[in-house]
Design a protein around this ligand. Structure first.
Ligand SMILES: [Zn+2]
Length: 312
């Protein structure tokens, strides 16, 4: 494994921010941008990549990607290279699947069939492997593609969450979908292929994705990819435990939001356990980023999965 977590290492650290364009930036996604940016930039040699995760074209909101990009620019984030869009990268996901033919199979089960049969609901309904050996139903012209899992635990040590996390994918989740019946590639596959092709060796993201990590590590192992370092910071939730999102009216952040960019960036740093000076002590955004980059301490991030955040 590359030593992306040691700031003094000479290795090039490549981090990324990968928002889904399902709405404008909000406080929860601003935290993700700040955390991933500063974790990458604390290294002597770093790149921070911006990737729009629009692989699920049905959930994409028109104009959201542009709004996110404009806000990041207005807030002083500087990314390396061009912006990648998952919706333009199907050829890479297809090639990855083609390279592991013995580990994938077609499944024609409907969601309804599976809900009835599920035995382990810890991570939603699990897939009991019905089609592993079944002959395809010829009436299904475009069935989904599942990844064959095995009865072994995959463990990883997160850079923030203190406990070693282990998951038996076969029993906890089952053979998961890598290509949907509508032809769209699944998030798990797209993110693994992109991280690999873009050389990402540091993944910093919200703890809501924590239990996706073993599936991604399993895919990396099958595809012969290196596993990046992972750091999952706590997600901001509402008092009733829901993740802050556009759906529960976490206010959208746009370049013309009423709250100033400096104020929100300071709040994001505080949420991440940092101890920035007060708003009036920063002359401008450059001043803020200079302070943030020289004082960032990833060890100060609260070691918990979620934090109730109330702002109004
Ligand atoms: Zn099936």
């Amino acid at each position: 494994m590359q030593n992306a977590s040691n700031p003094n290492s000479n290795t090039l650290t490549i981090g990324r921010f990968a928002p889904s364009p399902t709405g404008a930036l909000h406080f929860g996604s601003l935290i993700a941008a700040v955390a991933s940016y500063l974790c990458a930039r604390q290294h002597q040699q770093s790149q921070w990549i911006l990737r729009i995760e629009d692989v699920d074209t049905e959930r994409k909101i028109k104009g959201a990607a542009t709004s996110i990009i404009k806000t990041l620019e207005a807030y002083g984030f500087e990314w390396d290279g061009g912006i990648t869009y998952q919706s333009e990268r199907s050829i890479h996901y297809e090639a990855a699947l083609d390279s592991i033919p013995k580990h994938v199979y077609r499944c024609s089960c409907s969601r309804k069939d599976l809900q009835k049969l599920s035995t382990n609901m810890r991570y939603g309904y699990n897939y009991p492997g019905l089609c592993r050996k079944a002959i395809q139903n010829p009436e299904v012209t475009s069935p989904s593609v599942r990844l064959l899992t095995n009865n072994e635990e995959i463990c990883f040590q997160d850079g923030c969450q203190p406990e070693l996390f282990c998951q038996n994918i076969e029993t906890d989740i089952g053979d998961f979908i890598v290509k949907r019946r509508d032809g769209l590639f699944a998030y798990q596959l797209a993110v693994v292929v992109d991280d690999h092709l873009q050389g990402v060796n540091q993944v910093v993201r919200g703890a809501d994705l924590f239990d996706n990590t073993p599936r991604q590590i399993y895919l990396q192992q099958l595809l012969g990819y290196k596993t990046p370092d992972y750091l999952h910071f706590p997600v901001a939730t509402t008092a009733n435990g829901k993740k802050l999102s556009k759906q529960n009216l976490s206010p959208e952040i746009t370049p013309d939001s009423k709250t100033s960019s400096l104020q929100l960036l300071i709040k994001a740093l505080c949420f991440l356990g940092q101890d920035p000076p007060e708003l009036h002590e920063f002359a401008n955004l450059d001043d803020f980023w200079q302070w943030a980059m020289s004082h960032w301490n990833s060890h100060a991030i609260p070691k918990t999965m979620d934090i109730i955040y109330s702002d109004r």
